[in-house]
Design a protein around this ligand. Structure first.
Ligand code: RIB
Length: 301
């Protein structure tokens, strides 16, 4: 059984700010750093660091994408299904505040040039029972889902960033839906403050989908059939929350696919994500499995 993350690869330009830029305002940043990111790349790295053999498909710019490929390869992710295009790679402009919050502006670049022929070629390497992991930062997602479903692949969707394209996706094909409370609110029309109702509604609408709702400081909750599991967060000093959700998704799914019970997978994902929040940057903040296990073992002592 193989894991394919078909998703975005971005160069993140991270600006350290006192506060987010307001309309009409010009302010200087205190620092600029470049990191590898993109929800797809971050999730591939989290999968690989959780111990899962992972393939990444997507697209980067021919002239600026090498750092993204290097980052994936160093983490042990297979990159042969990533196209190199005559256009810039995707990038993100990220503002971070002293409280560790972030605001992200995206430019799709190569991520938005994926064609149906490329999808067919990438998916030809996978078969029934293999896992496909998607977010919402590349082109052709409804087509990718249709073709993967035809093959009998298991589909994991992290509907992030949330926009109208999510509603054009065949959502009932998903085996796992991993989303935060704001995304859950947008999908159900229920206030993001009422996470219980959001989960109930999603479970009712997608009865064959395992749902994980992440709730920021309130932790996370898993629901499927008659099983509900809750997991609190591990408190840390937030340095940069970028990629916390991606780390959670990669570690949760990597653990589940590896045969870990839901309760333990939530715990591992939650600790991995807490470690990511305590570090700067997207992909570089994602811990390796032994660091996650070490922190969990310390809690038990
Ligand atoms: O989830 C964090 C990611 O969102 C960043 O790395 C940025 O590239 C955007 O895709």
């Amino acid at each position: 059984m193989k894991i394919l993350v078909y998703g975005s690869l971005n160069i993140d330009h991270v600006y350290k700010m006192d506060h987010f830029v307001r309309p009409g305002e010009t302010i200087s940043s205190k620092e600029l750093q470049l990191f590898c990111g993109g929800k797809g790349l971050n999730q591939s790295i989290a999968f690989a660091r959780s111990g899962a053999e992972t393939w990444h498909a997507g697209a980067v710019g021919l002239h600026d994408g090498q750092m993204l490929l290097n980052m994936l390869e160093q983490a042990g992710v297979h990159t042969e299904l990533i196209e190199k295009k005559e256009c810039p790679s995707g990038h993100a402009i990220i503002q971070t505040t002293p409280e560790g919050e972030n605001g992200i502006l995206l430019y799709g670049g190569a991520n938005q040039t994926i064609t149906r022929q490329e999808v067919d070629a990438a998916l030809s390497c996978f078969a029934e029972g293999d896992f496909l992991v998607l977010q919402n930062e590349i082109s052709q997602i409804p087509y990718i889902m249709e073709k993967a479903h035809e093959k009998g692949m298991k589909i994991v969707l992290n509907p992030s960033p949330m926009d109208e394209k999510i509603f054009q996706m065949p959502l009932s094909y998903t085996d796992f839906l991993i989303l935060n409370e704001l995304e859950g609110a947008a999908m159900t029309g229920i206030s993001h403050r009422d996470s219980e109702k959001i989960l109930d509604k999603l479970m009712e609408r997608f009865p064959d989908t395992q749902i994980v709702l992440t709730l920021g400081k309130a932790g996370s909750v898993y629901g499927y059939k008659d099983k509900i599991c809750r997991q609190p967060v591990y408190p840390v000093k937030a340095v940069d929350t970028t990629a916390a959700g991606d780390t959670f998704t990669g570690y949760f799914m990597g653990s589940m696919i590896g045969g870990t019970e839901v309760e333990e997978a939530l715990k591992i994902a939650s600790m991995a994500s807490a470690i990511a929040v305590s570090r700067k940057g997207a992909a570089p903040s994602i811990p390796i499995l032994s660091q996650v296990q070490g922190k969990i073992a310390n809690l038990k002592e």
